[in-house]
Design a protein around this ligand. Structure first.
Ligand code: GDP
Ligand code: IMO
Ligand code: MG
Length: 426
């Protein structure tokens, strides 16, 4: 049995897209199980750069089945845009399958996301993610399969729903509402275009696993953005952690054999919320510049800071992590000294576990150890043994603190810039 869940160990943008693409060479099936077009996963092959939001990062391999599971909130317009852009670049997209059960992101969700964020200041991506998940939990959302029912029934559902959303948009926010007929018409046109891709994806995944195929679940966002286990309320509205793969793909936990945590060699965050190791100085600016830390989806500058192993140990726990991939190690080239946060000082106590409440986290001051940096350019190294001694020591320290073996080390954005230490599908 070879089902592996790949998750983000920090606040997203760890390089999950790149690692998924590397592993997809051997995978038979890559599955997205949560999130939506808030995700921005970058894959670089030779001189080509692909930015994927809803389509799994395995799509560049023509024989890999790529699945958008029931747990993903689907903006159908964005899927069509992504498909067209991939096809225009000569990518075969016929292996994409989208769950009939996936909730649909509607224009009013995006509008409400924008309006609510003005009040809540979470700094969402404005892709309608929270409002779409809220409707799903509230049992009033429209799923892809709902769009295939009889038009009279559908019209009634749309009319009622859009009128209700318009009351919120017009009465609370004093903004212009939507015409339900236009929204419905657009949704019907989009679902019609996507029809060849729609499927019972839980069944497809189950069959793949049963046949001994290699299945990779591609998490979006990261552990600390999880709605239950992240830095609530500064989180996304889904379950990026490994447990989310079961619900969001429709498989049982007994099917999963490994959990790969992707961790950036330092820490970044986009949007608001606490970030203990954030650097508001020149070092933070240097990390942003060297790491090109600007959001893939929104273009916003990412907040940058030192590596935080309190977070990595927490991610190890809540994801049941068996393996780790460290990315962007090359960004640390040239630093004289590197700091690693090993605990938090809270009032007169040292905390080794990630705090449960935001009020404590906000008062935590990182306790650092210092490691010597390396001056060499590591971006073309392909074997662990060839890394500078101080880079190896930095990685070994992370391994020692987390207790999780490092399966892959990324030393550049390109597919080829990857040190592979073990076969995850063995
Ligand atoms: P994701 O959301 O986790 O898939 O990550 P993003 O794609 O949003 O952000 C990661 C960024 O870092 C992208 O621009 C990648 O191309 C780039 N990247 C990934 N791995 C590496 C690496 O090892 N070194 C460098 N320099 N860039 C990397
Ligand atoms: P990938 O998959 C980094 C952040 C937003 C905001 C919070 C809630 O590329 O790692 P949302 O629009 O989801 O309601 O926003 O979550 N966020 C991400 N940060 N990477 C992502 O995805 C993110 N997706 C959402 O910035 O703080
Ligand atoms: Mg991203």
């Amino acid at each position: 049995m070879s089902a592996t869940v790949l998750i983000g160990s920090q606040w997203g943008d760890e390089g999950k897209g790149k690692i998924t693409d590397v592993l997809a060479e051997k995978a038979d099936c890559v599955v997205r199980y949560q999130g939506g077009s808030n995700a921005g996963h970058t894959v670089e092959v030779a001189d080509e750069k692909f930015k994927l939001h809803l389509i799994p990062s395995g799509i560049l391999y023509p024989n890999t089945l790529c699945i958008v599971g029931n747990g993903v909130v689907v903006d159908m317009g964005k899927v069509i845009e992504e498909l067209e852009s991939l096809q225009a670049r000569g990518i075969d997209t016929s292996n994409l399958r989208i769950s009939l059960k996936a909730p649909v992101v509607m224009p009013y969700h995006k509008k409400i996301d924008e309006l609510e964020d003005r009040e809540s200041h979470i700094g969402t991506t404005k892709r309608g993610i929270g409002p779409t998940y809220a409707d799903k939990i509230n049992r009033i959302g429209i799923r892809i399969c709902d769009l295939l029912q009889e038009p009279e029934q559908l019209e009634k559902q749309f009319k009622k729903l859009v009128e209700c959303k318009n009351r919120i948009i017009e009465k609370i926010y004093n903004e212009e509402g939507f015409d339900y007929r236009i929204i419905m018409q657009e949704a019907l046109e989009q679902v019609n275009q996507l029809k060849p891709y729609l499927a019972d994806t839980s069944f497809l995944i189950y069959e793949s696993i049963k046949q001994g195929k290699k299945v990779l679940f591609e998490g979006a966002q990261g552990t600390l953005l999880d709605i239950d286990h992240g830095t609530y309320p500064y989180v996304t509205s889904s379950h990026p952690i490994s447990g989310g793969a079961c619900v969001g793909a429709g498989i049982g936990p007994t099917q999963i054999s490994k959990v790969l945590g992707v961790a950036k060699a330092y820490t970044t965050r986009v949007g608001e919320g606490p970030f203990p190791t954030e650097l508001m100085d020149q070092t933070g600016d240097l990390l942003r510049e060297k790491g090109a830390e600007f959001g893939t989806t929104t273009g916003r500058p990412r907040r940058c800071g030192w590596l935080d192993t309190v977070i990595l140990r927490y991610a190890t726990r809540v994801n049941g992590m068996t393996d780790m991939a460290i990315t962007k190690l090359d960004v640390l080239d040239g630093f004289e000294k590197l700091k690693i946060c090993v605990a938090y000082r809270y009032k007169d106590k040292l905390l080794y576990e990630f705090p449960e409440t935001l009020s404590i986290l906000e008062q935590c001051v990182p306790e650092y150890i210092e490691m010597p940096g390396w001056q060499e350019d590591i971006s073309s190294i392909t074997r662990f043994e060839d890394l500078p001694a101080n880079a190896k020591a930095y990685l070994n320290k992370i391994e020692e603190i987390t207790g999780v073996k490092q399966c892959l080390i990324a030393v550049g954005a390109k597919r080829s810039q990857t040190i592979v230490n073990c076969d995850l599908f063995e």
